[in-house]
Every structure is written in structure tokens, then in C-alpha cells.
Design a protein around this ligand. Structure first.
Ligand code: F6P
Length: 456
């Protein structure tokens, strides 16, 4: 199965890389032709208009020698913004806990840029639809979530796998993805049969969360977390050390998400605050636009899929009713916002305050969100921004993924079965994220109305 996926991924990736080059050429020609008429105008007023229009841009569309490049040009605001690269170099140098991770994180940022481009081109380049196995001509198999993999899912998964495993200085040794049933060693990902697997970290990720939103041109995102491998942990399936993945979220050393929306932003924590980097669309560079982001202590937004209200447990229903009855919170009118893409909804809460929730429902008794690569990274970000992440009964970061039952006998006598290993990796958890006051209130509702929700 993996072989067929690799072929699909490779073909899709090649197509997109070709497209990217075309896009760049097209964009340059567009910028060139759009400004031919302006250049040919000799009036000083038009050149002033252009100068002020582009005073905030680093890339001067008029090229070298234009009036904007003279010593009298207005100071460009962007020059004050720190690049992601510089930020990572300094942060990874000063903290021993994340030393050597800078190259990996830069590779992940590059992957986000590629995914951003793919998302933007999905409609024009027909990247929709189920992935087709080129060997059989048939629709690809269902993924571990029971959904037929889409071309976009396969493509973005490949890009993230390569970012963590290929573009770094081998500090990541294994990866687990929403799109893969089991974790894989980086040697396997990169096709190095005889490589001795080293590396102190493992990474978990959801390459493209909320991908169904793309048909309607709505936001989507990528989520990831990085853990340090515990020392002396035992070997597991196909060389993957499961203990490295089945850790509490408190053991994460870094977490982040990329939101592809009106702007493309990379939100990152390395364990000391949360920082937002916005993609400069001209330079294709992430710039630190929001250092040390703090979520408001209380917020007026709630972000739940209220269509499921009747399936929510009593504490959640009471909480939502109380919130609505409050009328206003933190000086603002209570309001509901729900995009249906975790990254977009959580980002809104991070910036404006309030609470995001995906509670248990009849169909999903532990909610819908996956602990490892959705809830835990988001909880780390929230906590690092001064907010909270809860299951309704306690910290998300304290939840230990279920440990697999070991096989008895057979070749892999001390390892778990594939099914058991997959359970731990893809376990779901009820998830509430947001302002500390709002999440506290939610937990109080669980305490007061008492219904057990977390069936882990
Ligand atoms: O990964 C699950 C997801 O796609 C999230 O991005 C999103 O928040 C959620 O599902 C939406 O689920 P629903 O459509 O049930 O509200």
C-alpha cells in the first residue's frame, strides 16, 4: 500500500512543482505588464502615487533606479520585522531543549509555503477529487480515518513527510501523520533501506486540516507537534519507537500551525511564548508580525458546531446557554463563529478571545479531534499564550495516549499489533481551547453537572 501511495505522491508532487514554476513566471510577467504603462508615464504625480502605493513593499515593482530607491524614499515598515529564520537561529541556539531544531522548523515553514500555493491553485489546477492509484487506475484506499484520500491530502502529506525527514540535519527520526495508519521512520520515508536511524525528536502532524473547506474557498490549515524521544525506550513496529509518540503533550518541545486564509500565518511555540509569522506574499518569507501573543483572559466568542447541540452532554449545553445569557463578556457582545476548520476557528479564538470546543457527540463519543496532532499542539499553543486547553475534566496536555497491548508470541513478540499501535496514535479527545476564564467556566460546568464525557 505504501508503495502505491509513494508513486501517487511523487506524480502529484512533480505536477505541482511544474505548476509552481509556471506560476512564478506568470506572476513576473503580470507584474511587468501591469507597470509598463506606469513607467512610460513621465508625470511626477503618477510616480508619487506609485511611490506611496509601494512604500510598504520591499520588492519594488519599478525596479532599481526608480524614484522609490532614492535616499529620500519613505522608510519601509517591513524592514523592522524579524524573519522566521533569524528568530529560529537565535531561539534554537539559546535553548538546549530545542537545539538543532531550527533547520527542521525552517523546512516545515517551506512546506507550509508549498501547501499554501497548492491550496490557492486547487480550483484552477483541478487538484480536487480522490487520489488515483497510477498502477491500478483505481481510486486510492480509505485512510485511517475511514475517508477516501483526496489528491490534496496525499500531496500535502508527502510535502510534510519530506520536510520533517528530508530537509533537516537528521534530528527527526520518525513521524506520525493523520494520513498514515502507523508512524514511520524517516529512513522509510526517504527510502534509505540501510540507514541507521538516529535523531532525538519525533514529529506528529495533520498536513491539511479541514480540507473539505477548500471547495468553498474557505480557510484550511496544517498542525504539527515535536516531541523528544525518551531515552531507553523500547523498539516497536518496523523500527518505530512507539514510546516516543505515546507521550503526554507536556513532553512536546515545539508546536505550531499554519493557517491558509486571508493571510497565511505560521503560529509557533518553542515552549517560551507564542509567535506569529505572516507570509510576505512578494518575498515568500515568513516575518514575525506578532511576537509573544497573549490571548485575552476572557472572550466573547464561542466556536462550536451548534448543530450538534442536542447531542452534547448536559454540562456543555449548560455552558453554552450560560454564555449566551451573559449577553456580553470582556466588554464585548457574545457571538458565535464557526468555520469548520480547526486551525481557522482556533486562530480566531487566539486573537480575539473566547472558547473553541469539539465535545463528545452521539457519533463521536470522544469528540472528533485527534489528541496527538490536533488537540495537544493546539493546547500547547493556547497555554503558551496564557490560555488553556481542557478535555472538560483536566488539561489536554496531561492526557496520556493509550498504550498498545503487546503481542504474545510471533515474530514481533515484544511489539504491539499494527491495530493496537494505530489506536494510540489516532486517539480522539474532547477538546476545549481558549481564554482561561472561559475554559475554567466550562470545567466548572462539568464539575457541577457532573456528566462523564471523557471515555478514554
Ligand atoms: O479534523 C477534523 C475537522 O476537520 C476540524 O478541522 C474541524 O474543526 C472539524 O473537523 C469540523 O467538524 P464538523 O464538521 O463536525 O463540525
Amino acid at each position: 500500500m505504501m508503495g502505491a501511495h509513494s508513486v501517487i505522491s511523487f506524480l502529484l508532487l512533480a505536477a505541482v512543482l511544474l505548476l509552481s514554476e509556471e506560476v512564478t513566471a506568470f506572476q513576473s510577467s503580470l507584474v511587468g505588464s501591469a507597470f509598463t504603462s506606469i513607467r512610460s508615464s513621465s508625470s511626477s504625480s503618477s510616480s508619487q502615487v506609485v511611490t506611496s502605493l509601494y512604500s510598504s513593499l520591499d520588492a519594488d515593482p519599478l525596479g532599481p533606479g526608480s524614484s522609490r530607491n532614492s535616499a529620500s524614499s519613505p522608510k519601509m515598515k517591513k524592514k523592522d520585522l524579524r524573519s522566521l529564520q533569524r528568530f529560529l537561529e537565535v531561539e534554537c541556539w539559546r535553548s538546549p531543549n530545542i537545539r538543532n531544531l531550527d533547520r527542521t522548523l525552517l523546512a516545515v515553514a517551506d512546506a507550509c509555503k508549498q501547501i499554501n500555493r497548492i491550496v490557492q491553485r486547487a480550483q484552477t489546477d483541478d487538484l480536487y477529487g480522490a487520489a488515483i492509484d497510477p498502477l491500478t487506475g483505481e481510486i486510492a484506499e480509505e485512510n485511517v480515518q475511514g475517508e477516501v484520500q483526496q489528491q490534496l491530502d496525499v500531496l500535502c502529506n508527502t510535502i510534510m513527510l519530506r520536510a520533517f525527514c528530508g530537509a533537516s540535519n537528521n534530528v527527526v527520526c520518525a513521524v506520525a501523520s493523520e494520513e498514515e495508519p502507523l508512524p514511520r521512520t524517516c529512513a522509510d520515508v526517504m527510502g534509505y533501506d540501510n540507514m541507521i536511524q538516529s535523531g532525538e525528536y519525533v514529529a506528529v502532524f495533520d498536513p491539511i486540516d479541514g480540507s473539505k473547506n477548500i471547495d468553498a474557498s474557505l480557510p484550511v490549515g496544517t498542525v504539527f507537534g515535536i516531541y523528544r524521544s525518551p531515552e531507553g525506550s523500547s523498539a516497536g513496529i518496523d523500527g518505530v519507537n512507539l514510546d516516543s509518540f505515546l507521550q503526554r503533550g507536556t513532553k512536546m518541545v515545539a508546536a505550531g500551525y499554519c493557517l491558509y486564509s486571508a493571510t497565511t500565518v505560521l503560529v509557533l511555540t518553542l515552549g517560551s511564548g507564542v509567535h506569529i509569522f505572516t507570509l510576505d506574499p512578494d518575498k515568500q518569507q515568513f516575518l514575525q508580525t506578532h511576537p509573544n501573543v497573549r490571548i485575552p483572559d476572557v472572550g466573547s466568542l464561542y466556536s462550536f458546531n451548534e448543530a450538534n447541540y442536542r447531542e452534547f452532554s448536559e454540562p456543555v449545553q449548560k455552558f453554552l446557554t450560560n454564555m449566551k445569557q451573559a449577553g456580553a463578556l470582556g466588554g464585548k457582545k457574545v457571538s458565535s463563529r464557526y468555520v469548520g476548520a480547526l486551525v481557522a476557528d482556533v486562530h480566531n479564538i487566539l486573537i480575539n478571545g473566547g472558547i473553541y470546543g469539539y465535545p463528545a457527540t452521539r457519533d463521536n463519543v470522544n469528540g472528533k479531534l485527534r489528541l496527538l496532532y490536533e488537540s495537544a499542539p493546539m493546547a500547547m499553543i493556547m497555554e503558551q499564550a496564557g490560555g488553556a486547553g481542557s478535555t472538560g475534566h483536566g488539561r489536554i496536555l496531561d492526557v496520556l495516549p493509550p498504550q498498545p497491548k503487546k503481542n504474545k508470541g510471533g515474530d514481533k513478540s515484544d511489539a504491539a499489533s499494527d491495530e493496537e499501535a494505530g489506536k494510540g496514535i489516532h486517539v480522539r479527545v474532547p477538546t476545549y481551547l481558549g481564554s482561561v476564564e472561559n475554559v475554567y467556566e466550562l470545567e466548572q460546568c462539568f464539575r457541577y453537572y457532573g456528566e462523564e464525557e471523557d471515555n478514554n
